[in-house]
Design a protein around this ligand. Structure first.
Ligand SMILES: NC(=O)c1ccc[n+]([C@@H]2O[C@H](COP(=O)([O-])OP(=O)(O)OC[C@H]3O[C@@H](n4cnc5c(N)ncnc54)[C@H](OP(=O)(O)O)[C@@H]3O)[C@@H](O)[C@H]2O)c1
Length: 419
């Protein structure tokens, strides 16, 4: 159910001066006519916020009246004051492990719904342990990973499971996800967040166990089975007729999907299997790209662990805070993922399903701004049944968010597989 809310605002965008926050603000400004939300811009620097507001007026003249609110990540009183004025707070203030903890605490205390873009698993674990119980009491729905990680995975799996339940009164025992198309760039905040995870692990090596545990985000983390390990090497997949390699976001997405299953009460079974990989062309070019992906990822983190190399990367290679892919690149970007599910139908026999989640626009920015904005609107306006807690997109907003994202132009399709 939509929570009754007497708050002054439906949605506050916190971090509106950052690269991704501006894109979110632009999305909400462009779609204002459709959502009609009472919304506001927030950040720590009034002059910068006013500049962002000025730039939105070209998209929607009504934005001249948008309220501008101030709060600092380190100032608890300012955060309490901010979250108590809104039904939902959407935050792009990252790295979240550095700047995000006090905001989550404030939302859990005040019963304010929350969505973000974090992919920092070690930080999500910390937020679950610190705030899940309090958020359940206050009714605050704290929803991490509402962008490219992990909406296509989490809602893609939900869509297949929903189809299986509706058509075969059963569930898929196993789903494999393959990224079949991805064109996009990265921003300063995303680069800083990846390096932040490295720093956190260096400061507390026990976090390796959290990051390496396939069930690291489950309510009761338990060690996974061998077949659930994330793909690290290059493999030829006969079924797809393509080379596959590791998908760099699998260590986030797979944990989120497993948490969804657990929070929903294991409707997909205690032994549900889920994996992710990136797929490439069938010939030698595909093999080389898969190998480059497998080697490049490890190579980057290895190189960045050497302080002198890291300084050079930060100075000359990685984008600076507040910057990211150009408007042209964001527009030319796109992604598509394929989900292959299998399970036993209640009426007998094995059922195979094929799902597709796709979008135009750079996955991490254009498409992510849409996914995060629609998540906030879903929390604010849609009739969703979830209680409070530190949740996932599937366990909090579920198919309501799939429907919203379809209306907003994303593809979510599922059909019986021909294979
Ligand atoms: N999952 C996904 O698909 C995805 C996609 C895109 C981004 N992200 C994540 O989103 C986050 C933001 O990325 P970005 O590139 O947009 O970062 P960014 O451009 O560096 O923006 C960071 C924002 O945080 C604000 N900020 C920093 N310190 C603050 C403080 N003490 N109090 C209040 N605000 C503060 C900045 O305000 P000022 O302008 O005042 O400095 C700015 O608005 C990152 O964690 C990134 O990993 C995830």
């Amino acid at each position: 159910m939509p929570k009754p809310s007497k708050a002054e605002f439906d949605v506050i965008v916190w971090g509106a001066t950052g690269f991704t926050g501006r894109l979110v603000a632009e999305y909400l400004a462009r779609t204002q006519g459709a959502h009609g939300a009472r919304w506001a811009l927030a950040g720590r620097d009034r002059a910068k916020l006013e500049q962002v507001r000025g730039s939105l007026v070209g998209l929607n003249p009504a934005c001249a009246e948008l309220p501008v609110l101030l709060a600092d990540a380190k100032d608890t009183a300012s955060l309490d004051a901010l979250v108590s004025r809104t039904h939902v707070i959407l935050t792009t203030v990252g790295p979240y492990a550095r700047h995000g903890s006090e905001l989550v605490a404030a939302c859990a205390r005040n019963g304010t719904d929350y969505c973000d873009l974090t992919g920092e698993v070690q930080w999500m674990r910390k937020m679950i342990d610190a705030h899940h119980a309090r958020a359940r009491e206050s009714g605050a729905r704290i929803v991490h990973t509402c962008g490219f990680d992990s909406i296509p995975s989490d809602l893609g799996v939900l869509m297949l499971q929903d189809f299986m339940r509706e058509h075969h009164a059963s569930h898929c025992d196993r789903i494999r996800m393959f990224v079949t198309k991805m064109r996009g760039g990265i921003s300063g905040g995303t680069a800083a967040s990846a390096l932040q995870t490295m720093d956190d692990v260096k400061a507390d090596p026990s976090l390796r166990r959290v990051l390496g545990n396939p069930h690291g985000l489950d309510p009761e983390p338990r060690r996974g089975r061998p077949e659930e390990r994330d793909q690290l090497g290059v493999r030829y997949n006969e079924e797809l007729g393509r080379w596959t390699g590791p998908f760099f976001m699998a260590p986030v997405n797979t944990r989120v999907v497993r948490r969804s299953n657990a929070l929903l009460g294991y409707p997909w079974g205690q032994d549900f299997l889920y994996s992710e990989a990136a797929s490439f062309a069938r010939g030698p070019k595909g093999l080389l790209t898969a190998a480059a992906m497998a080697g490049g990822l490890g190579g980057f983190f290895l190189a960045a662990s050497v302080p002198a190399v890291r300084r050079q990367l930060e100075k000359h290679v990685l984008p600076a805070p507040g910057t990211g892919p150009s408007a042209e690149k964001r527009e030319q970007g796109c992604f598509a993922v394929l989900l292959l599910g299998e399970g036993k139908a209640k009426e007998g026999g094995t059922v195979k399903l094929e799902g597709r989640v796709a979008s135009q626009g750079d996955p991490g920015y254009a498409a992510t701004a849409r996914m995060l904005s629609e998540s906030a609107l879903c929390l604010a306006f849609d009739s969703i049944a979830s209680e409070g807690g530190v949740l996932t997109p599937a366990s909090s907003m579920g198919m309501k968010l799939v429907e919203r994202l379809r209306r907003a132009g994303m593809t979510f399709e599922v059909k019986p597989s021909r294979a």
